[in-house]
Design a protein around this ligand. Sequence first.
Ligand SMILES: [Zn+2]
Length: 418
Amino acid sequence: MPTPTPPTDCAVRFDPARVQRYIDDLGAIGVHPEGGLYRGLYTPAWAAAMDRMETWLRELGLTTRRDAVGNLFGRLAGTESARVVLSGSHVDTVRQGGKYDGALGAIAAMLAISALGEACGPPRKTLEVYVICEEEGSRFPANFWGSRAVTGQIRPEEPDRIRDADGVTLAEAMRAQGLDPAAIPSARRDDLDAFVELHIEQGRLLEEGGYHLGVVETITGLRHLRVHVTGRQDHAGTTPMDLRRDALAGAAEMIARLTKAAAAMGRPAVATAGMIAAQPGAINIVPRAAQFTVDTRHPDPARRRALVAEIEGILQEVAARRGLGLQVEQLADHEPTPMAPAIRQVLAAAADAEGLRWLALPSGAGHDSQILAPHVPTALLFVPSRDGRSHCPEEFTPVEQIVPGLRVLARALHALAY
Ligand SMILES: [Zn+2]
């Protein structure tokens, strides 16, 4: 790992109006009729956004290449080493998402690397812009499709097994874009030395604290559960309260208590019940069954385990006391992912050299960086999000708060590759 050498010996500048133009142009692709953007993997809007990025990368003098799943790379070849320092983010969006989540990191890498090439000449190590084809899981339940391909983590049966809401398989969607599912293993890369991702914070810690930037220490660990509660269906008018086994009232008590438990643990512990259903679903019937989901996260492995254990204890205690059946289905479980200390240090030194206030913080959201990190030294740089808004059309970061991130990214890439 390089020692942090913050100052670039070449002047890299970013014109805010030009930066904004790229954001707005990409943000005009995939407009959703009900507001915001939707660029699902392998949709026409996605293809148009990837084509636009490729055109820009070429215009800026970078050599482009697509891999088997449709990831796009823009290369500035190194003079001494073919080992690659990679920077970028994803171009797909959630449904009715904003124009900054992901897209900003791809644009930032493109502008930083092309500006470095122009101002400093060819790097020692190769620099590459990484325009990641998919991260959000918004069309196919196959999150991190792009970064999992590059790290060789796509299981062979996934392309034919995973379907979108219309029943189209990933394999069919790939073929429609001229991609061959059988070639997926060829996307794996073993030539990567570092990955740096710039992303919007999607929270409000930076804004609340008046920080220019965030350097992520750890990407949070999470557990996703689906909880099935069963009781007894009875008449709502004639069944006394003390004789009921009301599945929905039990679920409601569970949710109230588990969210309180996360709040009592304090920031950054979170627990969310995002979906709930009850059967048979009538105003005058005591519900016989209820289901709800739980999303719980903590970036500290021990605290995450403690929170999960407390939540499971609450579910069991409430079910037992109310005489309800309980089945807990685990949908996902990820350990927290620490970012590489050496690359974090490079980012921190670059922010110091720019005279910026930065905060070391955990990421409560998942990112491609967590997929790359176990394979490649990886770091994640946050710019502020106005009012913490994200995954919505209101998502916004003023360009004056983006340019400092670009300068720090350029300095860090310079330290890593020149
Ligand atoms: Zn994102």
